[in-house]
Design a protein around this ligand. Structure first.
Ligand code: S3P
Length: 173
């Protein structure tokens, strides 16, 4: 079974992914961490050096490689569903779960560390909230293509496990 966790930055994809993999007894991978280790560069440095377009190409390549690995939970980067037909690739090869979060929740989660994020360089709190709200709105049409949608506030892992096991796509991959 292959599980893809999708959602905006700060929605908790990595934390939930790690716990979910443990509960399901399969391995876990964080796509950004995989990119950083394969290309030996941090994500912010990658953006600075090669730009977003090249990052999206690399992101797609690594996702495509991982899509043939069986029995894995994949925590994806926030932009993954919105580029290069990645949503279609993920829906075809596994179960997609959208962790839906409000802009306010996202801001509280990423606020103090926003400077680390390539998309929020040189912005302060009010600018960031405005950017998150507009950005999330434009991404929602991709995120909504997920097979399972859950509230990111306080995900119930056992409940999620049931939803996954009854999803027809859980036998794929
Ligand atoms: C991005 C999200 C980040 C990372 C990159 C771009 C985005 O991942 O891939 O900074 O476009 O939303 P996280 O969602 O894991 O923070």
């Amino acid at each position: 079974m292959k599980i893809y966790l999708i959602g905006y930055m700060g929605s908790g994809k990595s934390t939930l992914g790690r716990s979910l993999a443990e509960v399901l007894g399969i391995s876990w991978i964080d796509l950004d961490t995989e990119i950083e280790s394969r290309y030996k560069i941090s994500i912010p440095d990658f953006f600075r050096k090669y730009g977003e377009k090249e990052f999206r190409n690399v992101e797609h390549k690594v996702l495509n490689d991982i899509s043939s690995v069986p029995d894995i939970v994949v925590s994806t980067g926030g932009g993954v569903p919105c580029f290069n037909n990645n949503m279609e690739l993920m829906n075809r090869s596994g179960v997609t779960i959208y962790l839906s979060a409000t802009p306010a929740l996202i801001l509280t989660r990423i606020g103090p560390y926003a400077w680390k994020r390539p998309l929020f360089q040189q912005m302060d709190g009010a600018d960031i909230l405005e950017k998150i709200t507009a950005h999330l709105k434009s991404r929602e049409m991709f995120y909504q293509q997920a097979q399972i949608i859950i509230d990111a506030t306080n995900p119930d892992i056992e409940e999620l496990k049931k939803l996954i096991l009854t999803n027809p796509n859980s036998i794929n991959g």
